[in-house]
Structures are given as structure tokens and as C-alpha cells.
Design a protein around this ligand. Structure first.
Ligand SMILES: [Zn+2]
Ligand SMILES: [Zn+2]
Length: 419
């Protein structure tokens, strides 16, 4: 049994957070040459003889040998040309192919291929296997699906796959750019975890130390491998994949994306939405997220160097916010009216807890340490590297905190006056 399954099973006992953690993941296999054993693995896990294989041209080519491994199955295919943006139409299309039938789903690819499958399989209650083709982001084991609907990207509760397969040979030979993006997505966890902890401190939001430690351990381990990320090495590729799975598993245990997504992901999501409006195909998720993480690391550590603050109620020019969001403004309004995530934060408590907040921030590596690791891992490092202007980046940083019902330190920017 893989180390990952041991971790999943270890979570099944009663947890100090008071919740009983359950994941629907039944089997995780990571090894060399697994592409030739996919049929066997699915059969062992009770998958239907009828299979819908979903991939795009690139991911199917990467999984060379997978069709031959499915002998004895009735395989139907849904092949996209180059699926870079997962849209609700993709979800509905997949749903229409599986609704009311005895059929299981095999998704071959990474984020944008897997995300619609996860939601369609959840809605139609079908078994799902994800065959990963690149260690490019951490959503493989995740419970929710980020999907674009009407130009607005949101996270939909979906399901974790029953089976996850990572063939280290394929993962190792994935394009270096995809592996670097995966690394960028992982470094983000430092900010995500800080935001989660701070929110728990100020609002009493649900927080699980065990899940947070799992994600923290995963990113710390990956930081050690920074200089090997772009090398075609099966051992390292397997380790990177495991780290990505761990944070995904964390998300499926917390039933939200708190362990893996904070202020940095919001900026990246907002930039992506704005680019989609313009018809621009977004960068790899982890490229944008990595650069946003560096910006937040700089900001968070700068805040942590402020010994004392004065806090006041947030005052926002909402009309200005909605004007900026344009076509998305109705969605944003629903997230901020009538009640607002920041209403729960008492300025007095924020002042009082400030030393503790600074301590939480100081527990993560510095911006320089992360930048250095990202440089070794071949990541994009600057706003220019990800093809944006400084002005666009700044405005997205400013407005992004309003696009989620989720408290981050960045969201409290307008409450805090440094002394
Ligand atoms: Zn727990
Ligand atoms: Zn991410």
C-alpha cells in the first residue's frame, strides 16, 4: 500500500479538531510503468466494464499505452483538442454522456481535464479514476472543482476520485514548465496556511491542526527538492506528485480549499477571470499563483515586522469595487451583501491578537527563501514573467479579497493602521 493510503487511513480515526475525517479515495498508486496496468487497477476497484475516457490530445499522447491496458472494457472517448479552461459546458457535456447509465469515468490529464470530470461524476454519482499526466497543480485528490460559469470562475463542491494513478515515468517526462508550475502552486501553501490560522484565531472558523500539518509537511518536503524539479528523474517526480496529493487530500478532509488556497490564489483567480473576459488563454495555474505568492510573502512578512497596530472597521467604496468587477459584479455583490466576511472581525480582537498573528507569519520561510527555491525549480518569478503589467497586477491584488467569502490577512488591509 502506498504511503498516501497510510496517511488517508490514519485520518479516519477521531481527530482533535472534533470532526471525523472521511475521504472517498480508495486507492492511490504511484509507480513506474503503471500506464500498462490501468485496466487491472480499475477492475480491482470495482469500476464498471463501461468506461468513459476523457482526455485532450496532449494528455492522451502523454499516457501512451493506456488504451491497450483497457482490454475487456467497453471504452467510449471524449477527446478535447486542448482543454485549458474548464467550463460548465464541459461538465454538462460529460454528464449527458454518463447520466442514468452503468458507466465509470477515467480522466486522463491534469487540472482542466480533471475538474469537469470531478463535478460531472459527483453529480451523476459515478466512480472516477484520475490518471495524472503531469505534476502541475495540487487538485488531483481535491474534493472541489474550479469551473468557469458565465465568465466567472468558482469552486464547486464535487468529489474526490476513488482511484488516483501516477506513473512516475510519465510524470518525470512531463514538460519542465508544467513541473515548475506545480512547484509554484505548492509554495502558495505557506500563505494559505497562514490565512487559515489567522482566520481561525479571529473568527473561530473551523481549523484542523492535523490537516494544516499535512499540507505544511508536504510543502516543506518539496522545498528540499527545488533543484531537482525540472530534472527528468522518476524518484523526484514521484515525490513531487505525493506532495501535490497531500495538499489535495487535506482539502478533501477539510471539505474546502483552506489548506491550499489563500490570498495568493484569489489574486491569481481574479487575473484569470479578467483575462478570460478579454479572450486571453490564462497561464498555467501554478505560474500565476507562484508570482502572487511571492507578492503576498513580501506583504505578510512586512506586516509581521510591525510591532503594534491600531484596527478599525473596514470602510470600502463598494461602488468602486463593483465598477471594477464589471460583468462579475452581481456575483461579487452576493458574496459581500447583506453580510460580509469582515463583519465577524472585531478590531479590538485584531489589535489584541496582533503579536500572535505576527508569530504565525514568522513561522513560514521568508520571501527571499521561497524566491530562491522557485528560481531553482525553474518557476516564473516576476509579474513580467507571467505576462502582466504592474498596474494590472496591483489592481487585481487590491480588489481580489472581495471575490471570496474567506478571510485573509490581505482582506484586513483596510482595517489595519501600523503604529
Ligand atoms: Zn481534524
Ligand atoms: Zn492552486
Amino acid at each position: 500500500m502506498s504511503e498516501i493510503m497510510d496517511i488517508i487511513n490514519a485520518f479516519k480515526s477521531e481527530c482533535a479538531c472534533g470532526r471525523k475525517h472521511a475521504a472517498t479515495i480508495e486507492d492511490v498508486q504511484i509507480a513506474s510503468g503503471l500506464v500498462h496496468h490501468v485496466g487491472e487497477i480499475l477492475r480491482n476497484n470495482g469500476f464498471s466494464e463501461n468506461l468513459l475516457l476523457i482526455a485532450d490530445k496532449n494528455t492522451l499522447a502523454a499516457a501512451d499505452g493506456i488504451t491497450e491496458s483497457l482490454q475487456g472494457f467497453h471504452v467510449e472517448y471524449k477527446l478535447y483538442d486542448n482543454l485549458r479552461v474548464a467550463d460548465m459546458e464541459h461538465v454538462e457535456e460529460i454528464e449527458s454522456m454518463i447520466a442514468g447509465r452503468d458507466i465509470s469515468v477515467l480522466s486522463v490529464g491534469t487540472g482542466s481535464v480533471n475538474d469537469p470530470c470531478r463535478l460531472a461524476a459527483a453529480r451523476q454519482q459515478k466512480k472516477l479514476c484520475i490518471f495524472a499526466t503531469a505534476p502541475s497543480m495540487d487538485g488531483f485528490a481535491s474534493y472541489s472543482s474550479p469551473i468557469v460559469c458565465g465568465g466567472f470562475k468558482s469552486s464547486y463542491p464535487a468529489k474526490s476520485p476513488e482511484v488516483i494513478i501516477g506513473d512516475t515515468k510519465i510524470l518525470a517526462s512531463a514538460p519542465a514548465a508544467l513541473k515548475s508550475a506545480g512547484f509554484g502552486d505548492m509554495v502558495a501553501k505557506y500563505i494559505s496556511l497562514v490565512d487559515w490560522q489567522i482566520s481561525a484565531l479571529l473568527t473561530g472558523e473551523y481549523y484542523c491542526e492535523k490537516i494544516a500539518s499535512l499540507a505544511r509537511q508536504a510543502v516543506d518536503e518539496l522545498m528540499e527538492l527545488a533543484d531537482k524539479v525540472t530534472v527528468e528523474d522518476e524518484y523526484t517526480a514521484g515525490k513531487i506528485f505525493e506532495a501535490l496529493l497531500k495538499t489535495g487530500i487535506g482539502m478533501s478532509f477539510s471539505q474546502n480549499s483552506r489548506p491550499a488556497s489563500g490570498a495568493e490564489h484569489m489574486i491569481a483567480h481574479l487575473m484569470e477571470c479578467k483575462e478570460l473576459e478579454e479572450g486571453i488563454v490564462p497561464n498555467f495555474h501554478g505560474d500565476d499563483v507562484g508570482v502572487c505568492t511571492l507578492a503576498m510573502l513580501e506583504y505578510y512578512h512586512a506586516m509581521a515586522s510591525v510591532p503594534a497596530i491600531r484596527a478599525q472597521k473596514e470602510s470600502v467604496d463598494w461602488e468602486k469595487v463593483y465598477r471594477f468587477y464589471g460583468a462579475m459584479s452581481e456575483d461579487i455583490r452576493k458574496l459581500n451583501e447583506p453580510e460580509n466576511i469582515i463583519d465577524e472581525v472585531s478590531p479590538e480582537l485584531l489589535e489584541q491578537k496582533w503579536p500572535e498573528i505576527c508569530q504565525i507569519i514568522r513561522s513560514i520561510p521568508s520571501c527571499e527563501q521561497c524566491r530562491e527555491a522557485m528560481r531553482k525549480a525553474g518557476c516564473k518569478l516576476t509579474v513580467e514573467d507571467i505576462g502582466k503589467t504592474e498596474a494590472f497586477f496591483a489592481v487585481c491584488t487590491e480588489y481580489s479579497p472581495y471575490m471570496r467569502k474567506r478571510l485573509t490577512l490581505r482582506r484586513m488591509h483596510k482595517m489595519i493602521r501600523c503604529l
